[in-house]
Design a protein around this ligand. Sequence first.
Ligand SMILES: Cc1cc2nc3c(=O)[nH]c(=O)nc-3n(C[C@H](O)[C@H](O)[C@H](O)COP(=O)(O)O)c2cc1C
Length: 168
Amino acid sequence: MANICIVFGSTTGNTRDVAQKLRLIWGREDADLVDVAEADADLFARYDRFILATSTWGAGDLQDDWEIFFPQLDGVDLSGKRIAVMALGDQQHYPEAFCDCVALLVDKVHERGGTVVGFADAENYIYTASRAEREGRLLGLLLDEDNQADLTDQRLRGWVERLRKEFG
Ligand SMILES: Cc1cc2nc3c(=O)[nH]c(=O)nc-3n(C[C@H](O)[C@H](O)[C@H](O)COP(=O)(O)O)c2cc1C
């Protein structure tokens, strides 16, 4: 079994595509990829390292399949687990709620006893406000396939390098 599990939710395919790219960068053999639409809570007992990937919908909300799955996390013990969060959003059309949903996942992971890793630098973004930003740092990796797709590869590679150390 792989070392890490990438759990993604995607409505129009962007997050799925980026999650697949992330898996290839990580190493196909070392990372499993699961669509949250097909996940059950037991999944969280099977790995110690997770990357949760979602897109942002509504006004800063989780992607629909993640929203449906989210309450199941209340029955999950995440103590001893290291978890990183990645989100896709659109800074131009939602500059005041860019990838806000990251905060929901991060707060839930903390609540369930997990350790959040994979904070990122808030550099080269064009949004005006995001709940994913706390004290000048990003709680996870924020990507914008609508306006900054050219930065995605570089952002993913930098983040994976950091995660390899933080996942241990
Ligand atoms: C109706 C709608 C609402 C959206 N709401 C937000 C939002 O609140 N914040 C944000 O950063 N992006 C928002 N987005 C942008 C999407 O998150 C973005 O297009 C993303 O790449 C979609 O990824 P997916 O195909 O994996 O679902 C919204 C897009 C649509 C169409």
